[in-house]
Design a protein around this ligand. Structure first.
Ligand SMILES: NC(=O)C1=CN([C@@H]2O[C@H](COP(=O)(O)OP(=O)(O)OC[C@H]3O[C@@H](n4cnc5c(N)ncnc54)[C@H](OP(=O)(O)O)[C@@H]3O)[C@@H](O)[C@H]2O)C=CC1
Ligand SMILES: CC(=O)[C@@H](O)[C@H](O)COP(=O)(O)O
Ligand SMILES: [Mn+2]
Length: 356
């Protein structure tokens, strides 16, 4: 397989699962974490590796090292593997997703930003999602009439904070996720509830038009629910580990134990909460966005540019959501092609840097 983002939270789990199934690793791609990359090279013996920048190349212990975004596309095209695992973070992942599909490869897609920004121009037939909620929906779907699909949210780092205090939350505060250990950016997205809005769009592109919603389940043990028209509701329970979704994305037949079952007697009780715009202001645009999923590129670019500014301490935490709503109301433009997606992404980022 080709693994993009090998040193990240998903990448590391993907390598554990690949080893379990004896899947050959042809390519490893990462950004700056060269120490971990060198360990991965030693263990998985890839044919080629790509790193984020030229300076890092000299530190990589491999005879075939490339660098930069174009190199990622080149190695996908040159690879023999039929499977590309895209665990890059952010809009950076879109071109590699498109390239892998263009080359006829199957894409195990953790990089949800690919679908959020470019979903209207992506054929999802060869995509297997690596996202716990979408894996849950995929697992639950039966040949029956569906009324509604619901995904769950943890509520993120600030779910129990006094709302007025969230304004001054620090980057460190955003990283205290209640249930999952993930990369920095998605953990911020979880705290703003942007992650769940993205996942609703992701579900819309993966499973087609329909009714989608999200609720908070505080223990992240239920990941998805399907209401069938007959009145029954099914729920996907699994302990909070990405190894199960990854296992199915890498290998269709998982007839061995990947995780321990949820022990309901130990769990005792579950708590569900409504997602409200008072605590999560971006939720205000959720309905309109679901009706107009092509606007996803605007939300994604505004979010990424605002996170950059939050990390640089130029804006406060709650400005991330304010900026997204501001950009959403300003850019009521639907891209007509994938080229429009890239152009609009640039425009929105410039807007956030100049006006917010
Ligand atoms: N973590 C999770 O449990 C889940 C994550 N996802 C999605 O999966 C994706 C990855 O998330 P996660 O693993 O948490 O993120 P991480 O931040 O942990 O990992 C991101 C990976 O991308 C690499 N990377 C970053 N910039 C570049 C670059 N310019 N060139 C090459 N590689 C680069 C990083 O390299 P390095 O670290 O070496 O700089 C790292 O390997 C995201 O889209 C996220 O939303 C979806 C569901 C669950
Ligand atoms: C593990 C996974 O799939 C994440 O997307 C997770 O759902 C994030 O947590 P939140 O539910 O807090 O957004
Ligand atoms: Mn998820």
């Amino acid at each position: 397989m080709v693994l993009l983002g090998s040193t990240g939270s998903i990448g590391v789990n993907a390598l554990i699962v690949a080893k379990k199934f004896g899947i050959e690793v042809e390519v490893l791609v990462c950004g700056n974490n060269i120490q971990l990359l060198n360990e991965q090279i030693q263990e998985h013996n890839p044919k080629v590796v790509v790193v984020g920048n030229q300076d890092a190349v000299k530190d990589v212990r491999h005879s075939n090292v490339l660098w930069g975004e174009d190199a990622i596309l080149e190695v996908i095209e040159a690879s023999k593997s039929e499977l590309v695992v895209n665990a890059l973070v952010g809009f950076l992942g879109l071109r590699p997703t498109l390239k892998a599909l263009e080359c006829g490869k199957k894409v195990a897609l953790a990089n949800k930003e690919s679908l959020v920004a470019g979903g209207a121009f992506i054929d999802t037939a060869k995509i297997q999602p690596i996202d716990s909620e979408h894996f849950g929906l995929w697992y639950l779907l039966q040949d029956r009439a569906v009324e509604k699909m619901t995904i769950t949210a943890s509520g993120g780092a600030f779910r129990d904070w006094v709302i007025e205090d969230i304004h001054n939350a620090t980057l460190e505060d955003t990283q205290r996720h209640p249930n999952w250990s993930m990369g920095q950016k998605i953990t911020i997205d979880s705290a703003t509830m942007v992650n769940k809005m993205f996942e609703l769009l992701e579900a819309r592109w993966l499973f087609g038009e329909g009714q989608y919603d999200a609720i908070i389940e505080t223990k992240s043990l239920i990941h998805a629910l399907i209401d069938y028209k007959d009145g029954s509701t099914t729920a996907h329970f699994a302990n909070a580990s990405m190894q199960l979704p990854i296992a199915y994305a890498l290998n269709k037949n998982c007839n061995e134990k990947i995780l321990d079952h949820v022990n309901l007697l130990e769990v005792g009780s579950l708590e569900f909460r409504k997602i409200t715009p008072e605590r999560y202001p971006v939720w205000e645009i959720k309905e309109d966005l679901l009706k107009n999923p092509e606007y996803g590129v605007v939300v994604n670019a505004a979010n990424e540019a605002s996170i950059e500014r939050f990390i640089a301490k130029e804006i406060c935490f709650t400005d991330i959501s304010k900026n997204i709503i501001k950009a959403y109301n300003h850019f009521k433009v639907k891209p007509k092609s994938i080229e429009d997606v890239f152009a609009l992404d640039k425009e929105v980022r410039a807007f956030i840097h100049a006006n917010c």
